[in-house]
Design a protein around this ligand. Structure first.
Ligand code: MD3
Ligand code: FE
Length: 204
């Protein structure tokens, strides 16, 4: 049953659990075509999270900045299409959260290994800010940190476990958020990894 986290943000505990194996299979299929890789930040550091993507646009980072591209810089080819099972889970999630389903223009796939973290940031590289972001957590549980609209706002912690889905819309679309270093742990479906899928509309 939906849990309200903040204005516009809805946690759907275990909503993706029945489809988790199929989602993970699809992640591996995508990664065989467009492998996970760690990207460089504009500041010249290597991100600890490894990423790949599917859909019309994939998020990329390098020395020049953050942007969405229509081809993978690694393979030069278009990103793989969004698998039907991804779209089905997102439709169920947005319906349960009371949002329209945004066009699935982009799915970023993050892979966390033990010790991997994502520092506090805002998602501001999209031109369709009125649309919610949908996030699906798979595998090893992580501590999600989220604050307010200003970096210095106090942060709250939320444990995101296998199959959890969160819809971030309304004013919550621009909160600062991140992931604490992943604990070494084991999940039967993903080993020591956590996968996170985020779905975004990029252009109006
Ligand atoms: C709140 N991913 O890919 S998912 C990201 O678990 C990202 O991999 C994290 O932050 C992860 O940008 C967090 C939950 C999430 C995703 C996007 C958000 C929360 C959000 C955008 C706005 C507000
Ligand atoms: Fe983010």
């Amino acid at each position: 049953s939906p849990v309200s986290l903040a204005e516009g943000a809805v946690l759907l505990p275990a909503l993706a659990l029945p489809d988790a194996s199929a989602l993970i299979d699809a992640v591996h299929t995508i990664a065989r075509v467009t492998p996970f890789r760690r990207m460089e930040t504009p500041g010249g550091r290597l991100m600890s999270v490894a990423m790949t993507a599917c859909g019309k646009y994939g998020w990329c980072s390098d020395r020049h900045g953050y942007r969405y591209t229509e081809t993978s810089p690694l393979t030069g080819a278009s990103w793989p299409p969004v698998p039907d099972i991804f779209a089905a889970v997102v439709r169920r999630a947005t319906a349960a959260a009371g949002y329209p389903t945004p066009p699935l223009q982009s799915c970023l796939i993050n892979r966390y290994e033990p010790g991997t973290r994502l520092s506090l940031h805002q998602d501001r590289d999209e031109d369709a800010p009125h649309m919610p972001i949908i996030s699906i957590s798979l595998g090893v549980a992580a501590t999600f940190l989220w604050g307010g609209l200003h970096r210095a706002d106090p942060t709250r912690r939320l444990r995101l476990t296998h199959g959890d889905v969160v819809v971030w819309g309304g004013p919550s679309r621009f909160v600062f958020h991140g992931i604490a270093p992943l604990a070494r742990s084991f999940h039967p479906d993903t080993g020591e990894c956590r996968f996170n899928l985020t779905f975004r509309q990029i252009h109006p």
